[in-house]
Design a protein around this ligand. Sequence first.
Ligand SMILES: [Zn+2]
Length: 145
Amino acid sequence: MLPTSAGGDDEFALTRGDLVASVDAYRQANLTLAAWAPLISMFASLFVGALGSTVAGSLDWPAWTQPAFFFSGIAGMAWCLVSSVRRQRRLTARTQWQCPNCHTPLIAAFGLNPLARAEIVIASGRCPQCAQPIFGTRDTEHDGP
Ligand SMILES: [Zn+2]
């Protein structure tokens, strides 16, 4: 019913199955140990840094060891954070789809529920941003009024 200029064959025709597969791949990738390793090592690094700093303080080690432990803990934490952010960006780029009408990305890299948009699209078949139908295939399922 909507006056779309696009025919059936655009540069790509996203199907519900494609999006479901991408959402699934994104979820699976975030469930693996590799996804949690940077976070775990981040806290481990901070813990070792704090522990080393405390031990160096109480065991009468040279004065420079205490800040050295502390800052190496912070540096390790920052590195883990950066590598985690990079990994997440790569994953998002790999599984990403955009609305063919307004080019809104359907999968976010971060946030409380990065898959919220994709889930809305899977459920409704429409873009949550511009409300245009997203899937390239003719939808014979009963839509709302
Ligand atoms: Zn849109």
